[in-house]
Write a protein that binds this ligand. Structure first.
Ligand SMILES: [Zn+2]
Ligand SMILES: [Zn+2]
Length: 136
């Protein structure tokens, strides 16, 4: 499925191809600081086209990842996992919001007590996530 996304000011627009409708929530402290809450992201999307690249700022949030945002309006555009050469996109960017399902929650051990999702999901701790990446 192809879908369009754009930032709040419209300077950055992307078209992505989505392989499935699964969304993951990340509760890690960095995502919560960056997003102001858990990050809800789609990880099966491949970029087809991107416009306004000159407005994209990339911040190296760790040795293995970059976080991209619009330098004009601050909208979060992606989490880029360097070893996998793979982009994760915040689901809120996209025009299409129907038919997505939250299927995973990661860094569940870092989730603060003041919220919890009622979706039935597969949950992984931070240690389980790192172990999973090392297997790949
Ligand atoms: Zn913008
Ligand atoms: Zn995170």
């Amino acid at each position: 499925m192809e879908t369009n996304g754009k930032c709040l000011c419209g300077a950055v627009e992307l078209v992505v191809e989505i392989a499935n409708t699964e969304i993951a929530a990340c509760h890690c402290s960095m995502c919560r600081k960056w997003s102001g809450g858990p990050m809800l992201a789609i990880d099966s999307a491949e970029i087809k086209t991107i416009s306004g690249e000159s407005h994209i700022s990339r911040f190296d949030s760790s040795e293995w990842a970059q976080r991209g945002f619009c330098s004009q309006c601050g909208t979060h555009l992606f989490y880029f996992l360097k070893p996998a050469n793979h982009y994760h996109f915040p689901i809120g960017l996209f025009d299409t919001q129907a038919d997505f399902n939250m299927t995973h929650q990661i860094f569940i051990d870092e989730k603060p007590g003041y919220y919890s999702f009622s979706n039935e999901t597969q949950n992984m701790t931070g240690a389980e996530v790192f172990a999973h990446f090392q297997e790949q």
